[in-house]
Ligand binder design. Sequence first.
Ligand SMILES: [Zn+2]
Length: 94
Amino acid sequence: MTTCPRCNGAGEAGTVMGSVKCWFCKGAGNVNEKQYEMYIEGARLRQLRVDAGMTLKAAAQAAHMPAWYLSKIEHGEAEWPNVPEVKKSMVFPP
Ligand SMILES: [Zn+2]
């Protein structure tokens, strides 16, 4: 297990609505290593997209996937499906 990268192990996150259970670790405060990797990778992809000035919709279209799915990937809730690194870099040039 690894400390949740979203809430730093607190299990909850402060919002304008008050403190709520962390959606990523479901309040556990830690996640397994696979989830951790997905979160870091998703955050990296999101940063690349934002730096490229692309909207979620445009990037999803370029990657031939629905926008909701790319959103899940960026939040570490889904994996980029069987796409090698080179394909990712075509969508999000380094
Ligand atoms: Zn968490």
